[in-house]
Each structure stands twice: as structure tokens, then as C-alpha cells.
Design a protein around this ligand. Structure first.
Ligand code: PNW
Length: 479
């Protein structure tokens, strides 16, 4: 087999998000976000964990950037915290902006491309008190915040993504209630989805007008759904509904300037059409330069009951709802494949197929560059007595998914880069610190960071720009 090399322009990185790593949530003027408040809700987060300390990255950013450099990362995808930059969504907080400015300088000093996400789920609580993303005004407030960050960092940060995973913000937050703000209201979830995209489009227009050289876009999490039986119309109907409410409800407005007719029909009566104003879809479909795809798993579904249906696993016994606001007769089908510590199925070929579809149907016609902005896995770590972490299962996950990206490229899909989620173990939302996604282990008692075997493997791949590297380029644990 030919060597699986990545060309010189392919970008290798790792990702994090502000709330999941920074801690220092009431330091230097930062105020509560919806996640600070949600963490105080009984049963919302496993073990009552919260983000007050997390990985203490706010105080350890310099060491963390040095760690990134030791792994040879070419880019670091991070998010800025709205409540740190603009406490209570009011005046700019110079100390909050200073923190991100130092971080960006440290990255640039080490030749690491800063890839900035403006919204990774931590809305200032004061905006939630006024309805959050279900309130149209939040989209305009998002522009004010984006402008503050851009005014300070725009001279050095060239790649800006507006939203991380609007599906999670809208539907896990407002319909399922497993994420902040913890609501279970289908109508609000659809309004939130629309206003998130409106905010995205407004910010793209604002930043484009400020500097036409910026690379602008957003990141969506996409889930491929496959029918249990491709000849069974009921199974195909289940796929249509889920694909509509997970994937096309975002992709079509952004790339085609309209909601899919079948999705509008499915959600009729839930108020989506009432919140769409004239001109909104033109704003939402403002051309973007980059589309980030986050991929974790795919799913097989059926339109007929398939035996005992296991409900979505929730971290605590708190009662949660469906993240799909309007599906009927949709049943998950057990796949006989290995699963991660999140219970998610491991399906690297799903990533290859997804990249083909997104390229063919959306990115290529729009001339938008495609990146994998998250892909990664939670496994319970086995720490050896000498402190090393031999996470061979994560090594296999990383290699198989990078292999899927490589194959997609070889088959003609020009994927421009890959970010592993996550650089380090961190606050995994409703799962608190119980789930570990990092290629770097974090000891939450001491804040000691230890590069896992997967981290050294990634360093090897990056150094060789190849999946078929000589294992010894970077000795595991020898740095
Ligand atoms: C993403 N789902 O979240 C986020 O961008 C990260 O912040 C997060 O830590 C990571 O993936 C791992 O979970 C998701 O239920 C959370 O389908 C839940 C889902 C998907 C993505």
C-alpha cells in the first residue's frame, strides 16, 4: 500500500473550549455564564462537578502552549469566554481581553496558528435571564461581543469561527435539557437554532466588513444516520427526519439560504416560521470560507420498534427529553461494534462518508474549505505506576479516524486539516470530570499534565506528516 502522507498544507491541531479548561470563573471580572448556573442545578452535572477550577488553564496557559509546541501542533482551536470578555454582556473587560491577547502572542511565538471560536456554549447568564438564544436580541448582542474580541485580536488572529455546534446549543440546551440552560421546550429550541444562525451570519458580515482578509466560518456537529434496512420505507423515513433535524436544519440555511421544506413540515406548529423575519436567510447564508465538521459517531435507525429501546443515557437520574423537536416513529438500532466510554459507537468510515457528502452537497458548490474541527474519544485511562498513560485504544481511534480523513482526501475530498478533541482531559459538560478525551492527561488534584501514548503518537504522525511514520521519530514518553 502507498504511504499515507498528508501534504504540506494540511493542518494538524488540537481543540479545547473556554469553559471546559480555563477555571478562574470569577477572577479578573468574569461573571456567570449559563454553564456556571447550570452546574448549580441539583443533578445537572455528575458528582456536582463545575468549571470553577477545571484545568486551571487561565493560570497555566504558558505551560500549556509549551506543551502544544512539544507535540508539534500546527494549530490550536480554542474559544473565548463571552462572560470574561464582556461580563454580564455589558462593558468590555480589559483583563479578560488581556488574557486572550497573551495566549495568542504565546501561540504565535511558537508558530502555532490560533483558530478562534467565539461561542462554545458559555452565554452570559444575564442574557439567559432575558430568554437567551430564544430571544432574537441575543443575536445582535453576539455581534457586539464579536466586535470587542475582533478589535483586540483581529490584528493577529486570522481564522474566526462564530459558533461551535449550534445543534448542541439549541437542542441539547433547550429541548433535551441535558445542557445549559436545561430547558425542555421544542418551540424555544427551534427559535434558539434560528437565532444562533442569525447571530452567526451577522458576525460574519461584521467581521468581513472590518477585514476582508479574515478566514470566517463556523463549526457544526454532524451525525450520519443509516437505515437499518435500505429497502424499508419506514427506515428511510426515520433517517429523513433525523438527518433533517440534526444536519440539514443548519446546513441548508447556511449554504442554500433556506430551510428544507420537509423539515419545515415536520416542525410545523412549533413556531419556527414565526421567528423567521424577512431577510434573515440572506444574512444566515452569507458566504463563509471555512466549514468545521465535528464528528464523533454515526447511527443506525429504524422506523419500526426494534426490540427494547435504550433511552439516551443521561449522566444522572435527572429526567431529560429528546433533542429532536419533532420526530415520529424513530427507533435506534443497536450496532454490534465497539463503543467508547461515552457509549458512542466507533465508526471511522462514517467520517469518510460524511466528508464526501458534505463536500459534494455543500462545501464544494460554495467554494468553502472543509476542516475536521473535532474528533476524539473518551476512554477510561489506565495510569501506570510510573505515571505514564498507555491509551492504546485512543491511539487506534486516532489512527483509524485520521486514516478515514486520508482516504477521503485520496478519493478527492480536499479536507484541509484535522483537530483532535481534546488537547487535554477537561470538563465534559454534564459528565463533569468523569470522562477523559485528552491526548494529555490532567491530574485534577495537582494539575499535573502527562502526555498520553496517544499524544506521542499524534506528535509522531505530525512530525512525519504521515500515518506510516517510523515509530521512533518521537519516542513514547521520552520527551
Ligand atoms: C462536542 N451529542 O460536544 C463539543 O464541541 C465538546 O465541547 C465536547 O467536549 C465534545 O464534543 C465531546 O463530547 C458534543 O450528544 C456533545 O451528540 C454531545 C454530542 C455531540 C457533541
Amino acid at each position: 500500500m502507498a504511504e499515507r502522507r498528508f501534504d504540506d498544507r494540511f493542518l494538524f491541531g488540537a481543540a479545547t473550549a473556554a469553559f471546559q479548561i480555563e477555571g478562574a470563573n470569577h477572577t479578573d471580572g468574569r461573571t456567570d455564564s449559563i454553564w456556571d448556573v447550570f452546574c448549580r442545578v441539583e443533578g445537572a452535572v455528575i458528582n456536582g462537578d463545575d468549571g470553577s477550577v477545571a484545568c486551571d488553564h487561565y493560570h497555566r496557559h504558558d505551560d500549556d502552549v509549551a506543551l502544544m509546541a512539544s507535540l508539534g501542533l500546527q494549530s490550536y482551536r480554542f474559544s473565548t469566554s463571552w462572560a470574561r470578555v464582556q461580563p454580564d454582556a455589558r462593558a468590555a473587560n480589559p483583563k479578560g481581553l488581556d488574557f486572550y491577547s497573551r495566549l495568542v502572542d504565546e501561540l504565535l511565538e511558537r508558530d502555532i496558528l490560533p483558530w478562534l471560536t467565539l461561542y462554545h456554549w458559555d452565554l452570559p447568564q444575564t442574557l439567559q435571564d432575558d430568554g437567551g438564544w430564544a430571544n432574537r436580541d441575543t443575536a445582535y448582542r453576539f455581534v457586539d461581543y464579536a466586535r470587542l474580541v475582533h478589535d483586540r485580536l483581529g490584528d493577529r488572529v486570522r481564522v474566526w469561527t462564530t459558533l461551535n455546534e449550534p445543534w448542541c446549543s439549541a437542542f441539547l440546551g433547550y429541548a433535551a435539557g441535558v445542557h445549559a440552560p436545561g430547558l425542555q421546550d421544542a418551540g424555544q429550541s427551534l427559535a434558539a437554532a434560528h437565532h444562533l444562525m442569525l447571530g452567526h451570519g451577522l458576525v460574519v458580515q461584521q467581521l468581513r466588513a472590518a477585514d476582508e482578509e479574515l478566514r470566517l466560518g463556523l463549526t457544526v456537529n454532524l451525525t450520519p444516520f443509516r437505515p437499518a434496512d435500505p429497502r424499508d420505507p419506514a427506515d428511510l423515513e426515520a433517517v429523513r427526519q433525523l438527518d433533517g433535524q440534526a444536519n440539514r436544519i443548519f446546513l441548508d440555511p447556511i449554504f442554500r439560504g433556506r430551510y428544507p421544506d420537509d423539515v419545515l413540515a415536520d416542525v410545523a406548529g412549533l413556531g419556527l416560521e414565526d421567528v423567521i423575519h424577512d431577510g434573515d436567510l440572506e444574512i444566515i447564508s452569507t458566504p463563509i470560507d471555512v466549514l468545521g465538521v465535528n464528528y464523533y459517531q454515526d447511527a443506525v435507525v429504524s422506523g419500526s420498534p426494534t426490540g427494547p429501546v435504550t433511552a439516551t443515557e443521561a449522566p444522572t437520574d435527572r429526567v431529560t427529553g429528546s433533542p429532536f423537536p419533532a420526530v415520529r416513529d424513530v427507533y435506534p438500532v443497536e450496532q454490534d461494534v465497539p463503543r467508547t466510554d461515552m457509549g458512542w459507537v466507533i465508526s471511522p468510515d462514517g467520517l469518510r462518508q460524511l466528508l464526501h457528502r458534505i463536500h459534494d452537497e455543500y462545501a464544494a458548490p460554495a467554494g468553502t474549505d472543509l476542516y475536521v474541527t473535532e474528533n476524539g474519544v473518551a476512554f477510561a485511562d489506565r495510569v501506570a505506576p510510573d505515571g505514564s498513560v498507555d491509551d492504546g485504544d485512543r491511539v487506534a481511534y486516532l489512527r483509524s479516524h485520521l486514516g478515514a480523513v486520508h482516504r477521503a482526501i485520496a478519493e478527492g475530498v480536499p479536507v484541509k486539516g484535522y483537530f483532535y478533541w481534546s488537547l487535554m482531559d477537561n470538563f465534559e459538560w454534564a459528565w463533569g470530570y468523569a470522562k477523559r478525551f485528552g491526548i494529555v492527561a490532567v491530574d485534577y488534584e495537582t494539575q499535573r499534565r502527562t502526555v498520553k501514548a496517544s499524544g506521542w503518537e499524534y506528535a509522531n504522525i505530525i512530525a512525519a506528516r504521515s500515518l506510516d511514520h517510523a515509530e521512533t521519530a518521537v519516542e513514547v514518553g521520552q520527551r
